[in-house]
Design a binder for this molecule. Structure first.
Ligand SMILES: Nc1ncnc2c1ncn2[C@@H]1O[C@H](COP(=O)(O)OP(=O)(O)OP(=O)(O)O)[C@@H](O)[C@H]1O
Ligand SMILES: O=P(O)(O)OC[C@H]1O[C@H](OP(=O)(O)OP(=O)(O)O)[C@H](O)[C@@H]1O
Ligand SMILES: [Mg+2]
Length: 299
């Protein structure tokens, strides 16, 4: 009996990336039972299995070929690759695409009262971090001697309890640093979630599943950033109105019943549509300006 090959994707079980990852997969049309707490979940309508694990396990599962694909933060990926390289394990992978969530940065932070005068002032100090490999690579590149103290969580507490002079941790809004009396002094790595793939070629049937999935992922990301804009514009202002539209799409111009002076303008804006643009359009005499989300895009 031959069983159909199923593409296996590793994703974070619970944490900062899990909601966005699940939302992305669902918008790609994958039917997953969210109430299903099984760690290896079958997608009902496509030959795909979702393996739900700790995010720190994802790079290794892909590099060892246990999973075909993984969705993981660049920080975790790079830290694992450096660690595996050091241990003599396979650390190769392919990055399919960056994703538009999980944006954060790995930064050095010091107590508010620390007199920071440049990276030289960090010489010889001790840092608590979950990312010793990324930190030691940065320290080497900057000719700094630093000591490390490995903490898997609550890194921000380390200086206050006297186990480190500063920390090297992920920052997004900066609220956690502020709440713990710390100030960001250097960013050493910027990160977002990525879709990665094992380096061994996929068999034909798995490759064909991926060939369907990848354009859908691109389409979901493109749609998330795009808006459909509809407005009524004075006929003699079409050029100025078009020039204000974000993105490079050509607008559709439609006649309006019973109006010789106005036309309807429809356009897909592929960049952020700001309030300032709406105000500028309004000042040109445009009205009924509607900005609508787009669910899916292709082509
Ligand atoms: N504050 C944040 N804002 C945005 N993205 C973040 C933030 N903190 C972490 N991330 C991203 O989300 C990933 C997962 O973080 P999370 O804290 O959920 O799990 P973890 O503790 O790092 O890993 P594990 O799943 O192994 O327990 C990080 O590796 C990083 O890429
Ligand atoms: O700049 P901010 O927006 O405050 O985010 C930064 C915090 O987010 C992450 O922790 P998380 O909340 O994921 O908790 P964890 O330490 O349990 O992973 C990170 O380790 C910081 O502590
Ligand atoms: Mg975290």
């Amino acid at each position: 009996m031959t069983t159909e090959a199923r593409l296996r994707i590793a994703i974070q079980k619970s944490g900062r990336l899990s909601d966005d990852t699940m939302a992305l997969l669902k918008r790609c049309g994958l039917k997953l039972n969210v109430a299903d707490r099984r760690l290896l979940a079958h997608v009902a309508n496509m030959p795909i299995d979702i393996m739900r694990v700790r995010s720190s396990d994802i790079p290794g599962l892909v590099m060892d070929g246990v999973c075909d694909l993984g969705i993981v933060g660049d920080n975790t990926l790079e830290e694992s690759a450096l660690e595996r390289q050091l241990m003599g394990n396979n650390y190769q992978y392919e990055k399919n695409t960056g994703l538009n969530f999980g944006s954060c940065r790995l930064s050095l932070a010091m107590p508010d009262e620390f007199n920071y005068t440049g990276i030289e002032s960090l010489q010889g100090l001790r840092f608590a971090t979950t990312y010793p490999q990324l930190l030691s690579r940065w320290a080497k590149a900057n000719n700094l001697d630093m000591e490390f103290c490995l903490l898997k969580g609550s890194v921000e507490v380390a200086p206050r309890v006297g186990i480190a002079d500063g920390i090297c941790d992920l920052v997004s809004t900066g609220a956690t640093l502020e709440a713990n009396g710390l100030k960001e002094v250097e960013t050493i790595f910027t990160s977002r979630a990525s879709l990665i793939q094992k380096t061994d070629a996929l068999c034909e049937s798995k490759q064909s599943i991926l060939d369907t999935l990848l354009p859908r992922i691109q389409g979901v990301m493109k749609a998330k950033e795009s808006k459909y804009i509809m407005l009524h514009a004075p006929k003699d202002k079409i050029e100025q109105v078009s020039a204000l539209m974000p993105g490079k799409e050509t607008p559709t111009i439609l006649p309006l019943a019973g109006r010789d002076d106005l036309v309807a303008v429809h356009v897909v804006a592929t960049e952020t549509f700001f309030w300032e643009t709406m105000e500028a359009l309004n000042a040109l005499g445009c009205n009924s300006i509607l900005v609508m989300p787009i669910e899916k895009m292709m082509g």
